[in-house]
Design a protein around this ligand. Structure first.
Ligand code: ADP
Ligand code: 5GP
Length: 185
């Protein structure tokens, strides 16, 4: 039973509800550590540096990549995103469960570098509902939504590469299922 906590990757198309599920889960279980990514994307209203992301310039991202400071990184819909390596390694060495919320390209890189990582795919109840959520969030202009929906088609097709699929019908149910997969409850 007392297996070493593994790294868990939560992935899925933009707008499916990844941030919502993770926020709900961490409200009830603040001890679950979520890696904070670096990104060249500009903050959305309410997003804080060091909490939601480390918001970096293109030059800073170049340096993080060149210095090998990222466990994985990818370009997604016109911006770059990456997982700082040191903080993840420290947690895993301390035996703490680690959660990454990253895109498909990043999930594939993690699978290559950490073979015992657990890859979880968050799927929408339907394509129409995904479009509704992404549009309804109201945080992106139409051309960005189009890019994200194009990426979503590719991401949905990659579902069989994942170890587990959770369908995000109910935020509460998915958060509970994710905690169980991480052996937190
Ligand atoms: P992601 O992090 O995957 O891009 P978000 O967490 O930002 O997605 O969610 C996108 C939108 O969908 C938000 O407006 C959110 O409130 C809504 N949403 C998330 N999960 C659900 C759900 N289970 N049912 C209905 N709406 C949801
Ligand atoms: P958003 O701009 O909506 O916050 O994120 C866009 C996409 O980038 C999402 O699919 C999110 O999971 C992914 N993402 C966030 N951080 C990282 C990261 O560090 N690495 C990778 N590969 N993807 C990330």
């Amino acid at each position: 039973m007392s297996e070493r906590p593994r790294l868990t990757v939560l992935s899925g198309p933009s707008g499916v509800g990844k941030s919502t599920v993770v926020a709900h889960m961490r409200k009830e279980h603040p001890e679950v550590w979520l890696s904070v990514s670096a990104t060249t994307r500009k903050p959305r209203p309410g997003e804080q540096h060091g909490v939601h992301y480390f918001f970096v310039t293109d030059d800073e991202m170049d340096k993080l990549i060149a210095n090998g400071e990222l466990l994985e990184w990818a370009e997604f819909a016109g911006n770059r995103y990456g997982t700082p390596r040191a903080a993840v390694q420290e947690r895993l060495e301390n035996g703490e469960p680690v959660l990454l919320e990253i895109d498909l390209q990043g999930a594939r890189q993690v699978r290559e570098s950490l073979s015992d990582a657990q890859l979880v795919f968050l799927a929408p109840p339907s394509w129409e509902e995904l479009v509704r959520r992404l549009t309804g969030r109201g945080t992106e202009p139409p051309e960005v939504i189009e890019r994200r929906l194009a990426a979503a088609r590719t991401e949905l097709a990659a579902e069989p590469e994942f170890d587990v699929t959770l369908v995000n019908t109910s935020v509460e149910d998915v958060a509970r299922e994710l905690l169980a997969l991480m052996d937190v409850v």
